[in-house]
Design a protein around this ligand. Structure first.
Ligand SMILES: Cc1ncc(COP(=O)(O)O)c(C=O)c1O
Length: 408
């Protein structure tokens, strides 16, 4: 496993051309796609274009630019990355809001059931939304928490309205089997809401094959919608139409510019649109309209497997003797976008790595996460990042007082 071997692997990579669509500083290895994905080169232009349009077009921008259509255009561009079709996904709002809308919808459809099932280790915002929904519906809802996939399947019953779960655990990177859990849920009449924030754009997500009901997730991670950029929501065809949206906004109206006093929901997923789209954020994401349609999802997922299998092997051989233990599952089919590992001084190691030109992230109590974007990351980046980690550990650089304070 030499550096030349890594370079040879990159030479054979059919998706290598994608890196050219992104601004990637040569001296920085960005392994934090689980927080913010890489920036498309075209973003500078679209951002400037928006500023110019703001000054010159002003209100005409609504008619002369795609400001209103952007949630659907972006949704169509990313849809293949989750196995969805045209018109089945919109990019809008935050994951928190989309989780609220999807779970509320499932609760309205399964109106005679009172249990929401989730994971005990689910991302806090997902849990907060579920707890919050108990205060919104006038029925006696309860949330139950499961630690594992098998436990969740066993807990499904005739009172379960919805299983609202994350596809991938944000700390360990463990991926659940979407098809298996959804099938078990449907066998009991339970609807599913999957948060695919840590899988979409990195590893296999196939909502159609899994027959998933609602799928939501962050756009700003592997999908590269930009810092705080729009999230997305998918609804299985026909399902959105079965209930009134919990947040009924004018952008989700069947005829937005009829300015009708009475709300009539748009058919399909567009009813989950709420208010005026965040034009600034959407313009930063606009280059994705050209990029994602060029990406073969199967090839992308295969590349992620190759990169992260290589990462795990390198971590074990180079850093295992220095106290590093890989905590993400071995099997790629069970892993999400990031590889997690424990290490002595984990938080300080992440800080020290920053000064070595490696951006990663730390999650309490002791997980280091390398979030691997297959759009830009190469095997040679993995090779170099692990060498730098080894250096930080071996020379005990992380013990320097300046690395004691750990950022979020
Ligand atoms: C699994 C998961 N869901 C939701 C969120 C947050 O969503 P938002 O802040 O877009 O509402 C995160 C943030 O990292 C996450 O990891």
């Amino acid at each position: 496993m030499t550096r030349d071997h890594a370079l040879a692997l990159d030479k054979a990579d059919k998706l290598a051309f994608l890196r050219d669509f992104f601004e990637v500083p040569e001296d920085l290895i960005h392994l934090d796609a689980n927080s913010v994905g890489p920036m498309p080169k075209g973003t500078r232009e679209t951002a400037k274009g928006l500023l110019d349009d703001w000054v010159t077009l002003r209100r005409r921008g609504w008619a002369e630019r795609q400001w209103l259509d952007m949630p659907s255009l972006l949704g169509d561009a990313i849809a293949p990355m989750i196995g969805a079709g045209k018109g089945e996904v919109v990019m809008c709002d935050s994951t928190t809001l989309n989780q609220f809308k999807a779970v509320a919808h499932a609760l309205s459809i399964n109106a005679n059931r009172n249990t929401i099932l989730t994971q005990s280790g689910n991302f806090p915002t997902d849990l907060h939304v579920l707890e919050g929904l108990k205060h919104v519906f006038s029925r006696d809802l309860r949330v139950i928490f499961c630690a594992s996939e098998d436990e969740a399947i066993a807990a499904l019953n005739e009172d379960t309205a919805v299983a609202a779960v994350s596809h991938v655990d944000y700390r360990s990177g463990e991926r659940w089997d979407m098809a298996r859990v959804t099938k078990a849920a449907h066998d009991q009449g339970v609807l599913t809401v999957w948060d695919v924030s840590h899988s979409a754009g990195a590893v296999s997500v196939d909502v159609r094959a899994a027959d998933a009901d609602f799928v939501i997730g962050c756009g700003y991670k592997y999908l590269c919608s930009g810092p705080g950029g729009p999230a997305f929501i998918y609804a299985k065809p026909g399902l959105a139409d079965r209930a009134h949206p919990a947040i009924a906004g004018w952008m989700g109206h069947a005829d937005v510019f009829a300015f009708a006093g009475k709300y009539e929901p748009h058919p399909g997923v567009k009813r989950f649109l709420t208010g005026t789209p965040p034009v600034g954020a959407n313009e930063l994401a606009k280059p994705l309209l050209d990029i994602w349609p060029k990406v073969d999802p199967q090839a992308l997922w295969a590349k992620h497997k190759s990169l992260t299998d290589y990462l795990i092997a390198r971590l074990r051989t180079e850093c295992g003797p220095l106290g590093v233990t890989v905590t993400s599952p071995e099997d790629h089919a069970r892993r999400g976008g990031n590889v997690s590992f424990s290490s002595p001084g984990a938080g300080s190691v992440v800080e020290a790595l920053l000064d070595q030109g490696v951006v990663s992230s730390f999650r309490k109590p002791g997980a280091i996460r390398f979030g691997v974007s297959p759009l830009v990351i190469r095997h040679v980046d993995i090779y170099d990042a692990v060498q730098r980690l080894k250096h930080v550990l071996k020379a005990e650089i992380w013990k320097q007082p300046k690395y004691a304070k750990v950022a979020v």
